[in-house]
Design a protein around this ligand. Structure first.
Ligand code: SAM
Length: 296
């Protein structure tokens, strides 16, 4: 409070470990995905076949505007929606391959529900959760997607308000690529909430990204100007990832402000102490690598 009793916009402690925690977000939304299909040439989604057509017909819920979805797919709103459909399908297929009966699903760092919405709308998974440290995203889901999905705000300290052994599959799409600290504690927290046999689908930047990224990648355009990246701007110096885990941080006083790379060897050695590394895919399905961990 200021001396005259008026409230002042001070930094709040919650925003050191989360984002937009004051809440009270106002949103404008887009229409349902089907309205944006025509003219969207970003990606050819025809190989998704009948599954996508069915999902498109039944998803009558609004889409988030580009700025409310981490910029994903720019103005290609239908492709944004279809990418979430594809990722949900790939996760379901991984569950089938690894013998997981999907009754409880959590998307860590779900943003405004790119993937969560597909489980929520399909309605065949009894418990669907999404969490994000950005309160705006959580509010978006809880306001605009069906009540079969519950979104909650978490923070950068690895704890989740979910019971032990309650979830069959966790995904984290493009989240460990930004987790600057406590990565092993996060993995242990995911292990705690997973049921035995449950899986975690985690996307990563590895030495394979490190060696191949170039000016066509948003990731590289940003990194190129980071002072710690200066020795590696020249591609010839980027054949090997020099450390097991490399963190490029932009701000010291907030979460979600870094880019993180992992050596695959490190992931296999360290992460397998926590869960079994069952699969390791290169650029699957887009630019990030994926590891699938399974709780014994
Ligand atoms: C690049 S976006 C990816 C969003 C979403 N997973 C997708 O694929 O559309 C990263 C998201 O992770 C969230 N995030 C970053 N660190 C997090 C953490 N420790 N816990 C939960 N969410 C986190 C960010 O707020 C952001 O919404």
């Amino acid at each position: 409070m200021a001396d005259n009793g008026a409230t002042v916009a001070q930094p709040i402690w919650e925003d050191l470990i989360s984002l937009n925690s004051r809440g009270l977000a106002q949103f404008e939304v887009l229409g349902p995905a089907a309205e944006y299909r025509e003219g969207d040439t970003h990606t050819d989604w025809s190989s998704e076949g009948d599954g996508l057509e069915t999902a498109l017909r039944r998803d009558t819920y609004p889409l988030p505007r580009t700025e409310d979805r981490e910029g994903y797919y720019g103005q290609s709103h239908y492709s944004y929606w279809a990418s979430g459909y594809r990722d949900s399908r790939l996760l379901r297929e991984a569950c089938d391959r690894l013998g997981v009966d999907l009754r409880g699903y959590l998307d860590l760092g779900c943003a405004s529900g790119r993937v969560v919405r597909h489980f929520a709308v399909a309605g065949d998974v009894p418990e669907v959760y999404g969490c994000d440290l950005n309160r705006r995203h959580v509010d978006w889901i809880n306001r605009f997607l069906p009540a079969s999905a519950i979104a909650f705000q978490n923070h950068a300290i690895p704890t989740l308000p979910l019971p032990d052994n309650s979830i069959d599959a966790v995904s984290a799409y493009s989240v460990f690529t930004h987790i600057e600290a406590f990565e092993t504690a996060w993995l242990m927290e995911l292990r705690r909430v997973l049921r035995p046999g449950g899986i975690a689908w985690i996307t990563l930047h590895t030495e394979r990204t490190w060696a191949t990224m170039n000016d066509n990648w948003g990731l590289y355009k940003r990194l190129r100007h980071h002072p710690d990246f200066a020795p590696y701007v020249d591609h010839a110096n980027r054949e090997e990832l020099p450390e097991e885990r490399m963190v490029f941080r932009w701000y010291a006083d907030r979460s979600y402000s870094s880019k993180v790379f992992y050596q695959r060897d490190y992931v296999h050695k360290m992460w397998s102490r926590i869960m079994d590394v069952r699969e390791d895919h290169h650029r699957f399905p887009s630019r990030q690598d994926v590891v699938i961990l399974q709780k014994a």
